[in-house]
Ligand binder design. Structure first.
Ligand SMILES: [Zn+2]
Length: 366
């Protein structure tokens, strides 16, 4: 850099970076000074941090440090006063020493979170290729292991045209989720899985969330891609009641399947094009993506990599989560009932005609 900007700009950027990543929220003056390339003598830095405290963006915490050179551990202020080091067991009175007082700053923000475990609900007739790729990427990209359950509901074909079959599929999904959550608890994992759902899988997920029989199932962060959930689905209520921690709606601007869904599949809507109207939903538009591009190996890889949209959404504090290409739709109206009814009657007729073939196909190609 030739002409450095005012140091305060760089310090501010460092604070924002820490808040966004939920990492390094607690630090001493010396630690922060070192990160931003200055020293504790820098008066401007002291003033800068002082202003952060005055504005409520940071808190000053006094902590203690063991004075014994082989220990030097931080002793939390909650346990003060200390007469014995809880780490090295040095008796300070006997040794004639006292704990060192040290000043910490704590940025007011949430810590980053780990991806705990995950359930993937794919679209119709997804072949195994991207699922294998996904498991592989997750296992390789993450610094820790997060089990992934890829839920399969078999071949859906003409069946998607009728509602009672949706309920049956959703019931099966809810029951499978409940088993997975029970197993997670038994192996000391958190009870709320993160979810990635695609296409018809997003609709099944919304049915599970709306079904009073599954009210005991709570979820972490939910990603919908190529969503056919109606834009007016009440995510705000689910978030407020703790059923869902947050939702990211990943929209493909070139998705042509999503706008067509409401005319063929009763109960669905173009959430994956219009976006979700819910105040607390995060909508992000990918200008070049078509319906299944989210799961092309290179795209999938980019989403899950450090700094990728999905990875950031799953791990960063959401208070400061403002992805590029985020948008908030203002309104949406369902297509006129007459149009939907007409296309659906056509759908039912197709179902009646083709169901036997659909059955036959499943016997042949399970
Ligand atoms: Zn000690």
């Amino acid at each position: 850099m030739s002409m450095p900007e005012a140091p305060e700009q760089a310090w501010k950027a460092e604070v924002v970076r820490r808040l966004e990543q939920g990492d390094g929220l607690e630090f001493t003056l010396a630690q922060f000074a070192q990160t931003v390339g200055t020293t504790v003598e820098d008066q401007a830095l002291r003033i800068f941090l002082g202003q952060a405290v005055a504005s409520g963006a940071a808190k000053k915490i006094e902590a203690y440090r063991c004075p014994i050179s082989s220990c030097k551990r931080v002793l939390s202020s909650a346990g003060a006063p200390y007469t014995i080091c809880p780490h090295c067991s040095t008796d300070y009175l006997k040794e004639g020493v006292e704990p060192l007082v040290e000043l910490f700053y704590r940025l007011v923000g949430e810590n980053s979170r780990d991806i705990r475990w995950m359930i993937i609900v794919h679209g119709m007739n997804s072949r195994a290729k991207w699922q294998e790729e996904f498991s592989w990427q997750i296992a390789n990209r993450l610094r820790y292991s997060a089990p992934v359950l890829i839920y399969k509901y078999g071949w859906a074909t003409i069946d998607v045209l009728v509602r009672w079959l949706h309920r049956r599929l959703a019931k099966r999904l809810g029951e499978r989720m409940r088993i997975a959550i029970t197993q997670a608890l038994a192996s000391q994992r958190p009870s709320k899985p993160d979810i990635i759902a695609h296409s018809f899988g997003t609709y099944l997920l919304s049915l599970v969330l709306d079904d009073p029989n599954f009210e005991d199932l709570n979820f972490g962060r939910v990603i919908t891609a190529g969503s056919i959930i109606p834009p007016d689905f009440d995510w705000d209520r689910l978030i407020a009641s703790g059923r869902v921690e947050a939702v990211l709606n990943h929209v493909g601007a070139k998705d042509t399947a999503v706008p067509a869904a409401q005319f063929a599949i009763p109960g669905t809507g173009p959430g994956g094009r219009i976006g979700y109207l819910a105040k607390n939903a995060v909508n992000v538009c990918e200008p070049t993506f078509r319906h299944s591009d989210f799961f092309e190996p290179e795209n999938l890889c980019a989403q899950i990599a450090d700094g990728g949209l999905w990875h950031n959404f799953l791990t960063h504090p959401l208070e400061h989560f403002a992805p590029q290409r985020g948008f908030a739709p203002s309104r949406w109206k369902r297509a006129p009932l007459a149009v939907r009814a007409a296309t659906r009657i056509l759908g039912y007729a197709l179902f009646a005609l083709a169901a036997p073939f659909s059955w036959l196909r499943r016997q042949v190609d399970p």
